[in-house]
Design a binder for this molecule. Structure first.
Ligand code: ZN
Length: 107
């Protein structure tokens, strides 16, 4: 029996999900701000401080959590994992819907 490309794809996607286990919710945002100290380099309004945050809905309410500088790259990737997870889930659901509709037709 020839292999079914949909099932091959579904299997590959399912197996890839384990690598996304460290995914984080929300979006990764970069905020620029002045700290308010008059002698700081940011006081000119141009050389602002950069603060990275993840913006997340917690129980329906938007929250922002600061990301320490040493975790920025890691957290950025963890947030991106969520998009890949959602894309994989959407593709798997699409395959399964097609299979369901086909099975219904065949009855
Ligand atoms: Zn400052």
């Amino acid at each position: 029996m020839p292999s079914d490309p949909d099932l091959d794809l579904r299997g590959r996607l399912i197996r890839s999900l384990g690598s996304l286990r460290e995914m984080l919710p929300g979006s990764f945002v970069e905020r620029k701000r002045a700290c308010g100290r008059p002698t700081c380099h940011c006081a000119d309004g141009k050389n602002l401080h950069v603060q990275y945050q993840i913006s997340v809905l917690v129980e329906g309410k938007p929250k922002a959590f600061n990301v320490p500088a040493k975790l920025v790259e890691q957290v950025r990737q963890q947030v991106a994992m969520r998009d890949r997870f959602d894309a994989a889930a959407a593709t798997i659901c699409g395959i399964n819907l097609r299979r369901f509709l086909k099975r219904k037709e065949d009855q």
